[in-house]
Design a protein around this ligand. Structure first.
Ligand code: FES
Length: 157
């Protein structure tokens, strides 16, 4: 499996060979094809571009839009923008953690939900806000957050 991934990634990053400054673009390409950037893929990217593996790992972990594991069936995007922060995004996050057992940047153990933090979903008047897949949910309180996640989880994939 790893060998297959390595070969595929090597092909994907060929256009970036030796181009250290294009690390982010190369990683985006890998993620858009594989859905995430596993450890084995990071090593191939490092070698192809000529950057230290630690730099690739650092970039992948710094930017929350890069994932190192496959995404869950549903994506929860919690707004961490100013309006949502002021109106209780922390409480929403706590409710998500209690319900799913994971926080930002992680996927629930059952593979059902991936939780991400984002900056402003453009619905500040409804703060605090989260999106689950393409649906926007506003004026959230912990009880409602848990109810929404249970409903979505019940529907499966
Ligand atoms: S700050 Fe949360 S939607 Fe704008």
């Amino acid at each position: 499996m790893t060998v297959e991934i390595e070969a595929r990634v090597a092909e994907l990053v060929k256009p970036y060979a030796g181009k250290r400054s294009e690390l982010i673009q190369a990683l985006h390409r890998v993620q858009s094809e594989l859905g995430h950037i596993p450890k084995a893929a990071q090593a191939v990217v490092a070698e192809a571009l000529g950057v230290p593996p630690s730099q690739v790992t650092g970039v992948v972990s710094f930017y929350h839009f890069f994932r190192t594991a496959p995404a869950g069936q549903h994506t929860v995007r919690l707004c961490l923008g100013t309006a949502c922060h002021v109106r209780g995004a922390e409480r929403v996050l706590k409710a998500i953690q209690e319900e799913l057992g994971v926080g930002l940047g992680a996927t629930s153990a059952d593979g059902m939900f991936t939780v991400e933090g984002v900056r402003c979903l453009g619905a500040c008047g409804l703060a605090p806000v989260m999106m689950v897949d393409d649906e926007v949910y506003g004026r959230l309180d912990p009880k409602r957050v848990k109810r929404i996640l249970r409903e979505v989880g019940k529907d499966g994939g």
